[in-house]
Write a protein that binds this ligand. Sequence first.
Ligand code: OOG
Ligand code: MG
Length: 264
Amino acid sequence: METITMESVVQDLFEAEKDVKTLPQFANEYPGMDENTAYDIQEKLVQKKCEEENTTVSGWKLGLTSKAKQQMMGVHEPSYGVLLKNMSLNEGESHSLTPFIHAKLEPELAFVFKKDVQGSFITPAQIMDATDYVVPAFEVIDSRFEAFKFTLHDAIADNSSSSRYILGNQFISPEKIDLQLTGIVFRKNGEVVATSTLAAVMGNPAVAIAWMANKIAKRNQFIRKGQVVLSGAITQAVHISPGDHFTATFDGLGMINTSFRLGE
Ligand code: OOG
Ligand code: MG
């Protein structure tokens, strides 16, 4: 893809988010957009957001790490995106839906790192060793593409549909919980919308994080001390309507909750 085209794609994605409007999918328009180009676009988009929104990188997110999400989106492999400080929302509060196009919510497990994780053959055990604590999280995703429909490469360019993230307040060492069997109950307005266990995320969320560490190493990137990494959704994502209240209860890790409203 030519540099000039890439710049305009970055601009389109940036403006779509800012102006709360959708774009047609790129993949059909730019058949040459391979995975590497899609991550190039993501990198430029993140850089632009840091500059124009006066923010900095706070971590990473995995996408499409569970069968529920892959089937929902018709995609068969994971992706990653970058989290910024200004994407963080407080747990337990009500948030305005004004900045979102067609937001969805999904429960995830967040890993917060106490060491850098650098290298190309990172194992899940190294991820566990470098993790300070894990904490229940919600991710608000919002695709900049029409009808929330995209190819894997479209979504990668769009920073893996990232929008906001919410961390809970019960921190625990990953050694202290079972990273496969920990159960999750996801409720919307009091009704159970999904149940799962952490094994839904590639068998074990530490496997997903290790996958990402090795994937970003190919682009000379690494997880840094202090960064947060979202595992990828543990259940399917649920559309957010005004007035909705969500909770996710994690076995041994407590509950997180949040709600959404119209207006400011
Ligand atoms: C892509 C991002 C998916 C997850 O946790 O699976 C994601 C999408 O489905 O929009 O964040
Ligand atoms: Mg997610």
